[in-house]
Design a protein around this ligand. Structure first.
Ligand SMILES: [Zn+2]
Length: 208
């Protein structure tokens, strides 16, 4: 479960106003940001709730109601749209740290929000929602410039037995073992494979 990666010591040190409730399996409180962003000091303080029970990734809610209603990266139930599920899941699994996840996704979210309110552009570039976001993530993850080819890798991971001498599904004309072999094996052997499947499926069904 994702809550096993709650590194409380680190979180307490870095975010002293966040409190973990072990009964509810949530983190609540406030978070202060103060970052230099394109030579501009962006600062603010936000009340939030991080819920570890909702999904395979933590859900973050804007309980302080500071995020404007018309901001596109916030759902109607006030959940923050931080990035695609798959990207966050892989990040948490790789770093094994909710503290680093807060820094990378939650802090950046607020910085991005403040910056957007001032300049109407996103400081770290715009990311897409839903399936388009997933497709873009996989392109980056497999280091490809083509959405179709990364879909072929996903299909291979889903439906094929790994054979190193097969041609790589990415379309490079190289053998898998000399191309995307390692990352394909890593995905197939992933202990959280079942958690990855949700995003895979969603995207795959959309593309079929
Ligand atoms: Zn390849």
């Amino acid at each position: 479960m994702i809550s096993e990666y709650i590194d409380l010591d680190m979180i307490n040190k870095k975010y002293p106003n966040l409190i973990y409730d072990s009964n509810k399996n949530t983190i609540s409180g406030s978070i202060k940001i103060c970052k230099n962003c394109n030579d501009e000091i962006i600062s603010g303080c936000y009340d939030l709730l991080i819920d570890f029970n909702k999904s395979s990734i933590p859900y973050v809610y804007d309980v302080g109601k500071k995020i404007k209603r018309n901001y596109e990266h916030c759902y109607s139930d006030r959940r923050l749209c931080l990035a695609t599920d798959i990207e966050q899941l892989l990040f948490i699994r790789d770093t094994k740290s909710i503290c680093l996840w807060i820094e990378k996704y939650v802090e950046s979210y607020y910085i991005s929000y403040e910056y957007f309110q001032k300049y109407a552009i996103y400081p770290f570039g715009q990311y897409s929602h839903g399936n388009q976001g997933i497709a873009e993530f996989y392109k980056k993850y497999f280091n490809l410039n083509n959405e179709e080819n990364s879909l072929n890798i996903i299909k291979y991971i889903f439906f094929n037995t790994y054979r190193g001498h097969n041609l790589c599904p990415c379309g490079s004309n190289k053998k898998i073992r000399n191309c995307h072999g390692n990352i394909i094996i890593k995905c197939k052997q992933d202990p959280n494979y079942n958690l990855l499947i949700k995003d895979f499926r969603r995207w795959f069904n959309d593309k079929k």
